[in-house]
Write a protein that binds this ligand. Structure first.
Ligand code: BTN
Length: 145
């Protein structure tokens, strides 16, 4: 391969990397995580507040899983391309609450991805059980709609 071809290839790679870096990650839409849970984020307000619906694929309970409401906000200052966000799911079929926090990224292929960390709080019946009531984990979401 001659020098010109190498320079051309490098320029193309650099252009696609910078295009991916400039692309905006948008939270509204439908997302699925590695557990098979899915959520739809709708109604993004001007100040970055949003709501949506979460359908978990798994549960720590014996209850029948039902779709549950979520409410959150994304960081909106300076209209970042890869905003941080947080949301709460108020489970409609259990007494638990989960909070997710994360960041919306655009990867090198221009694909949006949500990297999140969550805390799941389960209800316990006395203070002595408080120590075992909170679990932590992470989920990665990709867009399906
Ligand atoms: C419950 O079991 O009481 C409610 C459902 C919790 C589902 C958790 S939240 C964190 C993790 N990510 C998911 O998509 N589902 C589980």
């Amino acid at each position: 391969m001659d020098r010109l071809s190498i320079a051309l290839i490098l320029a193309l790679v650099a252009a696609s990397v910078s295009a991916a870096a400039k692309a905006k990650c948008v939270l509204t839409g439908s997302w699925i995580n590695e557990l098979g849970s899915n959520m739809t984020i709708s109604s993004m307000s001007k100040n970055g507040n949003f709501s949506g619906l979460y359908y978990t694929a798994v549960t720590a309970t014996k209850e029948k899983i039902k779709v549950s409401p979520l409410q959150g906000s994304q960081h909106h200052k300076n209209e970042q391309n890869q905003p941080t966000f947080g949301f709460t799911v108020n489970w409609s079929f259990s007494d638990s609450t989960t909070v997710f926090t994360g960041q919306c990224f655009v990867d090198k292929d221009g694909k949006e991805i949500l990297r999140t960390t969550w805390l799941l709080r389960q209800e316990v019946h006395n203070l002595r059980d408080d120590w075992k009531a909170t679990s932590i984990g992470s989920n990665v979401f990709t867009r399906f709609q």
